[in-house]
Design a protein around this ligand. Structure first.
Ligand code: ZN
Length: 317
């Protein structure tokens, strides 16, 4: 009897402790997985999240009235700033690992720098990445080349359009871009410097196969050498379109909406219209750098514009 009472006292006191701990539990405010897999022919594509970053849609769009941006955002249950994903994509061919873009790494503060952890969580090792294809030399695409002050991908060859390398590695071009693009020069230098020194940076001319199964397509405008990569495996095709879209809700409906980060906004708009028409008519998978993670889906014509159809969730692709 006494034993039973004391046991009960122990159970009760444990319950009180658990109750107290429960009440004091801090709010959990981060998501779980930062990788998502999609099968593409014989390849496995893994979307990797580097982070998310607030995008000031009300200030940064040009070629569209601010009221219209606000109205479209409201229709989509959004408001400015719109939190935008920073996505990169790993292509595993079975014998080769190719990474398209690297996220912001250390260059966006706490908003970025999670790509390497997510790559490891997905079962890969940064040192096993063979090739890295960079869509363009902005901070949120090349910053992840460095991690903790050293090369994050020590064995990779880095492929970048010659036009972007020539432009952003030459500080004499600084006068040709507005103030908000000035940090791109220092960013390109710090992220690429060690790889240039070790002979691991390989410039490419567009409209050719950069690595087996992946074709570089020139899409200048956002930057001088902005490039799309068309990944083909069997009958399947995926277009990694870099910064063709910053805010899907706005720019799919209104493709003429350019952003102040564009080097040449007229060229960027015409590249976007070309990407949309091509991807919609051919039914390509899209891998988008800034559409909500995982940034994998299709686009379809809708009225005067287009609409985004995200990949259907599959636990074991
Ligand atoms: Zn970007």
């Amino acid at each position: 009897m006494r034993l039973r009472l004391s046991l009960r006292a122990v159970v009760m006191s444990l319950g009180m402790v658990a109750g107290a701990a429960h009440a004091a539990s801090p709010l959990r405010d981060t998501q779980g997985s930062g990788f998502y897999r999609l099968r593409l022919g014989d390849d496995m594509v893994t979307a990797l999240l580097d982070g998310t970053h607030p995008f000031k849609a009300d200030e940064l769009f040009t070629g569209i009235e601010r009221d219209k941006v606000d109205a479209i955002l409201a229709d989509n249950f959004l408001s400015s700033p719109v939190e935008g994903s920073i996505n990169a994509f790993l292509i595993d061919t079975g014998s080769h690992l190719i990474l398209i873009d690297t996220g912001a790494g250390p260059l966006y503060g706490k908003d970025g720098g999670y790509l390497a952890d997510n790559l490891i969580a997905a079962g890969y090792r940064p040192e096993d990445v063979d090739d890295i294809l960079i869509t363009h030399l902005h901070l949120d695409h090349e910053g992840g080349l460095m991690r903790n002050g050293i090369m994050a991908f020590p064995n990779a060859t880095i492929h970048i359009a010659k036009a972007d390398l020539d432009f952003w590695l030459n500080p004499a071009n600084a006068f040709r871009v507005p103030k908000l693009l000035q940090p791109m020069f220092a960013g390109a230098k710090s992220s690429l410097g060690p790889y240039v020194a070790s002979g691991q940076v390989k410039p490419f001319e567009p409209d050719q196969e950069v690595v087996e199964g992946i074709r570089a397509i020139a899409a200048p405008g956002h930057t001088p050498g902005h490039t799309w990569f068309l990944v083909s495996s069997g009958k399947d095709h995926l277009l990694a379109w870099g910064d063709t879209v910053h805010v899907a809700a706005v720019q799919l409906a209104e493709p003429q909406a350019a952003i102040k980060y564009d080097f040449d906004s007229a060229a960027a708009v015409s590249a976007r219209q070309r990407a949309f028409a091509e991807a919609a008519s051919k039914g390509y998978w899209i891998a988008a750098a800034h559409i909500s993670f995982p940034g994998l889906g299709h686009i379809q014509r809708a009225g005067q514009g287009f609409t985004w159809i995200p990949a259907n969730y599959t636990r074991t692709p």
